[in-house]
Each structure stands twice: as structure tokens, then as C-alpha cells.
Design a protein around this ligand. Structure first.
Ligand code: COI
Length: 356
């Protein structure tokens, strides 16, 4: 693979969106990155081109059999005028974990990060100002053979698109209300639950819509076999502070190994806060609440950062957590991670990578 990235510039840049109306995922920058894969040749022709429609045949395999993987990370403007990425090598490596499971050829993680850096540097004027705003980076791979037999494709395209974003949830850092899903399931061990693939999100939509109709922001998934153990929230991993100890579901193959999850665990350990990755049942959580031991709950994710959970509803019973307010620990983790990302907190873990 050549690391020579060809560049084709737009003739007319688009106007930038208003900071106040960013939301999440509505706007896209002027350019995108594309690279092709052909069996026998490998990944080739990396290029930055104007963002816009792509032409593929209706028979391309991704539309039919869902061979699609993606990642999500962000670029931040720092308080001292630098541009930082947060743990991009972790995303590049996780993309290959997903690719491996979906029979998609791997991409050299160093090249993925180089491509991200090149595109972000090229589009740096699109990184929005304003607290909590950033440039969301969406690398993704799709199968592009025009073919209707079921098998791994022989051709793929790797894209990176960029979207200036604000908070993922309208609640921002304020607590969200979560519906504990006891009917639909998201994933089972041995399936695709640990990957970032389109189908996992397709599987989540119906439950999410039904929860929204009931007034909840998101769904908390239980394990797919016993519907007993807590897994993850649709777009986040989940943490609970119970009697002074932080508990998060262990990675057993059906949930995503979140990078914000991992960063949170590392921060807690560095602060000597007890943290335990283990199976936790929804019953145990409700008992802890009834005993007055459930102190905080929060979700972690790239898009959502740290999202406090103020209310849970399981089988018709609603519990309020920390009086529906953001807890001290959730707030400390949020401010530390966003501080490292915007350069206002020392990056003692060497998590950030500068774009220059
Ligand atoms: C992320 O947090 O980056 C995600 O990919 C979650 C969601 C927006 C799909």
C-alpha cells in the first residue's frame, strides 16, 4: 500500500454551520478520504477528494449482507491552539478487530491514523469552537462487489468522513432517562456484539424507538440469553457506583470494548477508586438501590463522552439515581477526559496525538 495520499480539492468550500445548531452528525466537511481494496492487490489508491455522493451498483454486497464496519473518534481544538486526537491508535486497532470478525481485510493501524491526521489537518477550519464541540471522525469500510452470492467480498472501500458536532444527547452533561429492555436483545456471545458493525445498530432501532415513545433517551440492554445481566446502552458502555466501588460489565464478547470505557477504568485506578469489571445483574442493581447503595450511574462513549444516568425503568419500576442529578464522580471523569482532550488537563497517560 502506498502511503502517498492524492489530494483533489473542492472548487467552492461550503459555508460552515452555526455553532448553536450543530447537534450531532448533521453536517459534513468539504472533503473525505477514500481508499480501495482489491483482492490480490491489497489496499490501494488512498485519496482525499471532495465530500459528496459516491456511485456504486445497487447489487454491491454491503447493501445485502451487511459487511460494514466503522469507528468513531474526535478531533479537538485545544485551549492553546493545537489540534488533538484522543487515542486514535486504539480506534484503528479496534477497526481491525471488527474487520477480522466480518471477514474484511485489515488496514495497517499506522496508516489509518496517518489518513485521519491528513484529513483532519486538511479540514482543520471545520473543528468547531465552543465547549463540548468537536470534529467527529467516522472511518468506515464497506463491501463493494456487485454480487448476490453470500461470501466475503473481494473489493472494499475505506472512507473517512468528518462532521462538526456538539453534544450527542440533547441533555448534554445532564442526566438521561434509560429504559431497561426486557423484550428485544442486541447481541449474544459468539455473535457480533463486540464489533462496531452496522447490523448491531440496526438491531437496536426498534427498542430505541419504543423507549423514546415512552419518554426515555436510550435503552439499557440485558444479556441475550437470560435477559438478566447488564450489557451496555445503545451508544455507550455503562458504569455504576455501588457502595463506594465502581462496577462495569466485563467484556465477554457481546459488548463493545469502548475506548472511553477503558480510559475511565484507567483514570479510576489512578485515583485509587475501586473499580471492578464483572457481570452485574439488573436485580443486583435494584437491590443496591433499595439498600441506598446505588450512588451513581453513567454511560461512556466517544459521541456521548460521559453521560450521567438519572433514572432507570425496569419492568415498570422506575428508580431515581443520585436524585436525578449528575454525581461527583461522573462529573470528575467528564471534566478530566474533556480536559485532556482540550489540553486544559495534563495528559499523563499519553493518550492524545497532535495533528500538525
Ligand atoms: C461513538 O460513540 O463514536 C459511536 O460510534 C456511537 C454512535 C454515535 C453510533
Amino acid at each position: 500500500m502506498s502511503s502517498q495520499i492524492a489530494i483533489q480539492k473542492v472548487s467552492q468550500p461550503k459555508p460552515k454551520p452555526n455553532q448553536a445548531e450543530l447537534g450531532f452528525g448533521h453536517f459534513f466537511t468539504d472533503h473525505m478520504f477514500i481508499m480501495d481494496y482489491t483482492a490480490g492487490q491489497g489496499w490501494h489508491d488512498p485519496r482525499i477528494v471532495p465530500y459528496g455522493p459516491i456511485e456504486v451498483e445497487p447489487s454491491v454486497m454491503v447493501f445485502h449482507y451487511g459487511q460494514a464496519t466503522f469507528e468513531g473518534l474526535k478531533a479537538y481544538n485545544t485551549v492553546d491552539g493545537r489540534i488533538l486526537l484522543f487515542r486514535p491508535y486504539a480506534n484503528a486497532e479496534r477497526l481491525n478487530v471488527s474487520n477480522e470478525r466480518l471477514c474484511i481485510p485489515p488496514i495497517d493501524p499506522n496508516f489509518t491514523v496517518e489518513a485521519i491526521k491528513s484529513l483532519v489537518e486538511f479540514e482543520k477550519n471545520w473543528i468547531p469552537a465552543g465547549e463540548g464541540n468537536s470534529l467527529y471522525i467516522r472511518p468506515f469500510v464497506i463491501a463493494t462487489d456487485p454480487y448476490l452470492g453470500v461470501k466475503p467480498a473481494d473489493t472494499y472501500k475505506f472512507f473517512i468522513v468528518l462532521s462538526p458536532v456538539g453534544a450527542y444527547y440533547p441533555e448534554g452533561i445532564n442526566p438521561v432517562k434509560i429504559y431497561v429492555e426486557s423484550n428485544y436483545v442486541r447481541a449474544v456471545k459468539g455473535g457480533l456484539g463486540f464489533t462496531k458493525t452496522a447490523g448491531n445498530y440496526a438491531a437496536s432501532l426498534k427498542a430505541q424507538e419504543e423507549a423514546k415513545e415512552k419518554g426515555f433517551t436510550q435503552v439499557l440492554w440485558l444479556d441475550g440469553i437470560e435477559k438478566k445481566y447488564i450489557e451496555e446502552v445503545g451508544t455507550m458502555n455503562v458504569f455504576f457506583k455501588i457502595d463506594g466501588e465502581v462496577v462495569t460489565p466485563s467484556l465477554e464478547g457481546s459488548i463493545l470494548a469502548g475506548i472511553t470505557r477503558d480510559s475511565t477504568i484507567k483514570l479510576l485506578k489512578s485515583w485509587n477508586v475501586p473499580v471492578n469489571e464483572r457481570r452485574i445483574s439488573i436485580e443486583e442493581l435494584y437491590v443496591a438501590h433499595d439498600q441506598g447503595k446505588l450512588e451513581e450511574a453513567f454511560g461512556t462513549g466517544t459521541a456521548a463522552v460521559i453521560s450521567p444516568i438519572g433514572e432507570l425503568n425496569y419492568n415498570g419500576r422506575t428508580i431515581s439515581i443520585n436524585g436525578g442529578k449528575t454525581g461527583d464522580l461522573s462529573s470528575k471523569i467528564y471534566h478530566t477526559i474533556t480536559g485532556i482532550q482540550n489540553g486544559s488537563v495534563a495528559d499523563t497517560f499519553n493518550w492524545t496525538v497532535e495533528v500538525k
